[in-house]
Design a protein around this ligand. Structure first.
Ligand SMILES: [Fe+2]
Ligand SMILES: [Fe+2]
Length: 267
């Protein structure tokens, strides 16, 4: 069993597909991960499984790899102890979670925004371009800049989980670029396709950051590092103050617009 702990999880799933299904049962989405070069032993550390769950997971994986053999499950060494109860974020991490909450408000509006959309109409064109402006200036330049330029660098760009987050940011930017091109060429179907794909990607991405990445990072940061992150994030907040307030206002007006339309439609 020990030798498998140092093997890439994607490689193990490739050889033993049942292990992917077992990981899914434990809410560890390695099969859907875009990079997935983590080692099996990293999975336990990063996902912060309680010891009993770690044992149950490794036992099931061991039985798939060595059918019919009673496997000895090793306790994986961790740098930090598993946490219990609800997630408590450090102050800088909490600001990122709060920004996710603003981004999620746009993601929630995407299906309604796409209903009956035709980018050949000027109003609809402006609506999509407004959403794209929010994504580019708030989600990407402001929020992702904090992650990519400050937080991820604190942990090193070579870390598998960081690479995976970078990759998802890159795929997201590709969808946004495709939306803009589709608006320019008047291709409503392509706008719908890429904006929907962006919404799905970001929903999963935010969930991974809120539930897995940030708590894991918090467990590995020293008090001095938390303080330094807080200071750097505050500087970024100051630089983007106008953008953040303008875009939050945009979301508010969009929510009002769609809520009003719903009320009118039901009268
Ligand atoms: Fe991110
Ligand atoms: Fe994020």
């Amino acid at each position: 069993m020990e030798q498998y702990l140092n093997r890439g999880i994607k490689e193990i799933i490739g050889e033993f597909p049942e292990t992917g299904r077992i990981l899914d049962e434990f809410n560890i989405g390695c099969t859907a991960c875009s990079v997935g070069t983590c080692l099996l032993k990293d999975i336990v550390e990063v996902h912060n499984l309680p010891y009993e769950e770690e044992h149950a997971l490794m036992l099931r994986i061991g039985r798939v790899i060595y059918p019919g053999v009673e496997v000895e499950v090793p306790r994986i060494e961790r740098k930090t102890q598993p946490a219990s109860g609800a997630i408590k974020y450090s102050p800088p991490m909490k600001t990122l979670v709060d920004e996710h909450n603003v981004i999620k408000r746009l993601l929630a509006l995407i299906p309604r925004l796409l209903e009956g959309l035709a980018v050949t109409r000027e109003d609809d064109r402006q609506l999509v371009l407004g959403a794209v402006d929010f994504i580019r200036s708030y989600a990407d330049r402001f929020h992702h800049a904090k992650e990519e330029d400050i937080l991820f660098r604190e942990f090193g760009e070579d870390l598998e989980i960081v690479k995976s987050m970078h990759e998802e940011h890159r795929i997201g930017r590709g969808h946004v670029k495709a939306v803009i091109e589709a608006v320019e060429s008047g291709d409503t179907a392509a706008v719908k396709e890429h904006l929907t794909a962006y919404g799905e990607l970001l929903t999963g991405h935010i969930r991974k950051e809120d539930e897995i990445l940030y708590p894991w990072m918090d467990r590995n940061l020293s008090t001095a590092q938390v303080g330094e992150l807080f200071r750097k994030f505050a500087e970024t907040d100051e630089r983007f103050r106008e953008t953040a307030s303008r875009q939050t206002e945009f979301i508010r007006s969009l929510e009002k617009q769609f809520t009003c339309e719903e009320v009118t439609n039901h009268v």
